[in-house]
Design a protein. Structure first.
Length: 425
């Protein structure tokens, strides 16, 4: 495996995103990306020098797009844009989500349609490799106009303002950059709007969410197979012929995985004969019919996110012939839809899991297992509350000032009842 993730604006994968965001994989910028960026940058310089009217280059932004900006104030225009949009609120994104966002922003710049100098992605690459990341408030993005606020907070650090985190502490951005041999950038024409236009904050979150969704999907099958075994169920419902005649790809994939997990089960042999039950409960028998569509949904979400990793999302875009075209590639609908689908799919994965847990702990349904899985029923309530609390319980994840998660998910800030029940079991 190559130790470097090389950014060329075309070939970044979801696996690469996780490797950098969570695994600390080092990053570099492709030489051909530098060449493309410089050609686009020359077009922007020409427009600025000739004082042509182009949105975001020689004009204001949004409602102020009809205001012409004097040539000697173009750099000030870009800096002020970053400062004014760095207005997010709320808790900060986790370190891993922020690193993913930085990687994606460097990659979209490397694509060469933004008109920025290679200095910008090179600084982002340097920050990633040095283990530097800025505090990014998680609220403030409006989606329809991309991730203006989160990306502006990233841009603020890149021009040496605000703060930066590292493993060793937090400090002034300019000082932290200097301590790692990096230097803040001085923005040129269009480079401010280039830094803040795009979908890289929620796409970063989406890429990591897709990765986690697949892990949850496989884990759900392992947990489901173990539940079937504990409840003395039968794998007959996973017979390939049942799923082939329906023709749903995810369902067939799910059934195949369950067959593999349950192959050569000794527990199955213990009750193959003499069992009065004809079939198992839905939560066991219908795992492929529920888990399968979840896989299909994750694949759909993954396809949208994977394309967005290498998408040109700036505005205006700079093309090879020198034209700058204004459009709406910053709009976040594609990834927003992917994330909505993921939320729906994983909710279904959770609810069927909760029904299996109910059967495991319920003394009338758990095929002779201890009531609520405790050997001291009555004095101890076992895992009664673990099942009742279940999926859907409000959860607040806590992060330290460096964006690292502190502990696990704590329902309503207090999971002592669940811990006590587990100890009692």
């Amino acid at each position: 495996m190559n130790d470097l993730v090389v950014l060329d604006g075309r070939s970044l994968t979801i696996a690469d995103v996780e490797a950098v965001a969570r695994g600390g994989r080092r990053v570099s910028l492709a030489d051909d990306a530098r060449a493309r960026m410089m050609r686009a940058h020359e077009h922007v310089n020409r427009i600025a020098t000739n004082r042509e009217v182009v949105y975001g280059v020689t004009t204001g932004f949004g409602k102020l797009s009809e205001v012409a900006i004097p040539h000697d104030r173009l750099a000030e225009l870009q800096v002020n844009l970053v400062r004014s949009h760095a207005s997010g609120v709320g808790a900060h994104l986790s370190r891993e989500a922020t690193r993913a966002m930085m990687l994606l922003r460097a990659n979209v710049l490397a694509k060469g349609y933004s008109g920025a100098r290679p200095l910008l992605p090179e600084l982002l690459v340097g920050m990633l490799n040095a283990g530097l990341w800025p505090p990014i408030p998680e609220q403030g993005s409006v989606g329809a106009s991309g991730d203006l606020a989160p990306l502006a907070h990233l841009g603020l650090a890149m021009i040496g303002e605000g703060e930066l985190h590292s493993e060793s502490g937090t400090g002034d951005a300019a000082h932290m950059l200097g301590a790692f041999g990096l230097a803040p950038i001085t923005l040129g024409p269009k480079e401010g709007i280039t830094l803040i236009n795009g979908t890289q904050a929620h796409t970063a979150i989406g890429a990591l969410a897709v990765t986690d969704a697949w892990r949850l999907w496989h884990t759900a099958h392992v947990a489901g197979a173990m539940s079937l075994e504990a409840l003395l169920g039968t794998p007959v419902a996973f017979d390939a012929r049942i799923h082939e005649v329906r023709g749903q790809a995810g369902q067939q994939r799910s059934a195949a995985l369950l067959r593999d997990l349950l192959a050569d089960s000794e527990i199955r042999e213990s009750h193959r004969h003499g069992d009065p039950r004809v079939q198992d409960a839905y939560s066991l028998r219908c795992m492929p019919q529920v888990h399968g569509p979840v896989a299909d949904a994750i694949e759909f979400a993954q396809s949208l996110v994977a394309r967005e990793l290498n998408a040109a999302t700036d505005n205006p875009l700079v093309f090879e012939n020198g034209e700058l075209l204004s459009g709406g590639n910053f709009h976040g609908q594609a990834v927003a839809l992917a994330l909505d689908v993921l939320a729906i799919a994983l909710t279904n994965l959770a609810t069927i899991a909760e029904r299996r847990i109910d059967r495991l702990v319920h003394p009338d349904l758990n095929q002779g297992l201890p009531p609520f899985l405790t050997t001291d029923a009555g004095v101890c309530s076992g895992f009664m509350m673990a099942q009742v609390q279940g999926p859907g319980t409000p959860c607040q994840r806590r992060y330290d000032p460096h964006g690292r998660e502190q502990g696990g998910c704590r329902p309503d800030g207090d999971d002592r009842g669940v811990e006590a029940a587990a100890r009692g079991a």
